[in-house]
Design a protein around this ligand. Structure first.
Ligand SMILES: Cc1cc2nc3c(=O)[nH]c(=O)nc-3n(C[C@H](O)[C@H](O)[C@H](O)COP(=O)(O)O)c2cc1C
Length: 338
């Protein structure tokens, strides 16, 4: 007597699932869908799992379509493509801009920054810290972090570790605010330093500025040295590099811009002289930590903090060409609209 085979059991549709199984798993991520045993209806009503092999095939086709769309999006969305920045392999091109948080009491970074920065970390993504003071005269806002003391370096370490643990690339933005400050932020209530002794116009309900003290020529190498030590400290804290804050009307920008810099020594007057201090800072830091770890932020077109230039295009070009000689990692240029 022959054995009658039930029709349902012999009819095995060749669905997409079978086709998928011919492909090795590593080439087909859709096979990560939950496994179902061969041949039939298994899932309870209302379950999201596919109920038959046809449904499973449809699920896989949809997943494949999603994968295709993601691949197409990557091709058409340059921000999501990889970028080799010197020795750093960025997995995308979205960067955390430096943003002051004003929560570093006594100029010491606090543990809550571990959560803040690690929340903003992606694997292979670049982050730049809030502006971080290079010395005890560098501050102009309350509770900004510094990186000139051992205590500050130690406080940065767990923050940097947390970003690295998630695969981020972390640069420390180092700054001296120059005349954007007042006696209250300065050691012993002294005057803020600048390239000039011209005071900023007071800003109602925002900030009070004190008349700055014009740096003597022989004092400038000490400020350059403060930047150099801050960069060295940043590397000791574990940062991947530093971004020199040369933008937004702070000390380096004050030297560059002809509406602020009224010096008559070798740091004032011609374009070359006005850019001397910024480039000395770059050179000192490059010598200290290596050009492959150095970036700079510039805003030649901005007039933020009354720091403007009569020929911003010439200034930007001169700086860009000069920076090329030092082969630094990047120049973070602020758009003219700022
Ligand atoms: C609250 C706040 C704090 C900022 N702090 C810094 C800073 O520490 N250093 C810096 O270079 N820029 C700072 N910026 C400027 C930003 O990095 C950025 O250039 C600005 O928000 C414009 O961004 P957008 O071009 O995406 O509009 C700050 C901006 C904001 C809103």
């Amino acid at each position: 007597m022959g054995i009658l085979t039930p029709v349902k059991a012999t009819y095995r549709p060749r669905c997409l699932l079978d086709k998928c199984r011919e492909v090795p798993k590593e080439q087909n991520p859709t096979l990560d869908l939950p496994e179902i045993p061969p041949g039939g209806v298994h899932s309870p009503r209302n379950s999201k799992a596919p109920r038959c092999r046809f449904e499973r095939g449809r699920e896989i086709a949809k997943a494949e379509e999603r994968n295709r769309k993601m691949a197409t999006d990557q091709i058409h969305t340059p921000l999501l493509t990889t970028y080799k920045m010197g020795n750093f392999h960025l997995s995308h091109r979205i960067v955390l801009a430096p943003m002051g948080r004003l929560k570093s009491y006594n100029n010491v970074p606090q543990p809550h920054a571990i959560l803040y920065y690690s929340q903003r970390t992606t694997k292979g993504g670049l982050l730049i810290t809030e502006a971080t003071g290079v010395s005890d005269s560098a501050q102009g806002y309350p509770n900004t972090p510094g990186i000139w003391s051992k205590e500050q370096v130690e406080a940065w370490k767990p923050i940097v570790d947390a970003v690295h643990a998630k695969g981020g690339i972390f640069f420390c933005q180092i700054v001296h605010v120059g005349r954007v400050s007042n006696y209250g932020f300065q050691p012993n209530g002294q005057a803020p330093i600048s390239c000039t002794d011209k005071t900023l116009t007071p800003q109602i309900d925002v900030a009070q500025f004190s008349t700055p003290r014009r740096l003597r020529t022989d004092e400038i190498p000490q400020v350059v040295n403060d930047f150099r030590i801050a960069a060295r400290n940043a590397i000791e804290a574990g940062f991947d590099g530093v971004e020199i804050h040369g933008a937004h009307g702070y000390l380096i920008d004050q030297f560059m811009k002809d509406q602020v810099n009224d010096r008559t020594d070798k740091y004032g007057g011609s374009l070359e002289n006005r850019c001397r201090f910024p480039l000395e800072v770059v050179e000192a830091i490059v010598d200290e930590i290596g050009a492959d770890k150095v970036g700079i932020r510039l805003s030649p077109f901005a007039d933020y903090m009354e720091s403007a230039d009569s020929n911003p295009e010439a200034l930007g070009l001169y700086m860009a060409e000069s920076l090329n000689k030092y082969k630094i990692l990047y120049c973070h240029m602020v758009e003219p609209r700022m």
